[in-house]
Design a protein around this ligand. Structure first.
Ligand code: URA
Length: 237
């Protein structure tokens, strides 16, 4: 769909709308090699080559970012007082309308997808889709067959909420075992509350995958990168 040139630049995070208008009027923006000084001129962004100060603009209708969330940040778009995952984005991955698709607790680390594609987030979070989210947790004491069976049957939370069946696996047996959990819903503090229902506390929680999308092991906590199209569809596999 054809859009105003100033709107295209603003949508790509190049500048605010008024800055984009100034840039365009100053003659620093070319379209298909020719200077365009009219911010209101409409172009089909996917079909033309736009450059700002000689640098080609890579147009992306939506942005999808994989982040390895560190502890201590809120998983929301903005907060008047606290730092959020959006504050961690580098300048080249910033644009208006970005939000985290789904929430992790402040102290949870691991895979977060940040996007400006509402449909994508809606599909990813829809309970009907039952997308598998995999977590690794360090818990307060060992678990065995009894807890594995309780998770498989669907635990009951403290408020009576019945959870869907979940997979519990022990990865490292020790005083504070490392376990893996797979759930297909996303209730508030769900994994922590599921463990509380079997008398364990979660000491550390990390999300490692959503659908078939696995957190890139090269991303350190606090790092992020743009996702490719294959990674986007992996969420729904
Ligand atoms: N379950 C939790 O308890 N916390 C999270 O952050 C995610 C899932």
């Amino acid at each position: 769909m054809a859009e105003r040139l100033d709107k295209i630049l603003a949508s790509q995070g190049v500048a605010t709308r008024s800055e984009a208008q100034r840039l365009i009027r100053s003659g620093r923006v070319t379209v298909n090699g020719t200077v365009c000084r009219d911010p209101a001129f409409k172009w089909e962004p996917a079909d033309c080559e736009i450059a700002v100060s000689g640098r080609p603009l890579r147009y992306r209708r939506h942005l999808y970012v994989m982040m390895n969330k560190p502890a201590g940040l809120l998983c929301v778009s903005r907060d008047p007082k606290a730092k959020t995952v959006i504050d961690l984005l580098p300048p080249d991955l910033r644009r208006q309308g970005l939000f985290p698709a789904g929430r992790l607790d402040k102290d949870t680390v691991g895979l977060v997808i940040i996007t400006d594609d509402g449909d994508f987030a809606h599909r990813m979070l829809a309970p009907k889709k039952a997308i598998v989210k995999r977590y690794q947790a360090v818990i307060s004491s060992p678990v065995g067959e009894e807890e594995i069976r309780a998770f498989a049957a669907g635990t009951s939370l403290e408020d009576g909420t019945r959870c869907r069946p979940a997979v519990l696996r022990v990865l490292e047996e020790k005083e504070n075992p490392l376990v893996e959990v797979e759930i297909t819903e996303g209730r508030y503090h769900q994994v922590k509350r599921m463990f509380l229902s079997v008398g364990r506390r979660v000491l550390r929680l990390k999300r490692v995958s959503v659908g078939k999308l696995v957190l890139d092991p090269d991303l350190k906590e606090g790092e992020c990168r743009e996702m490719g199209p294959g990674e986007r569809s992996a969420v729904f596999e």
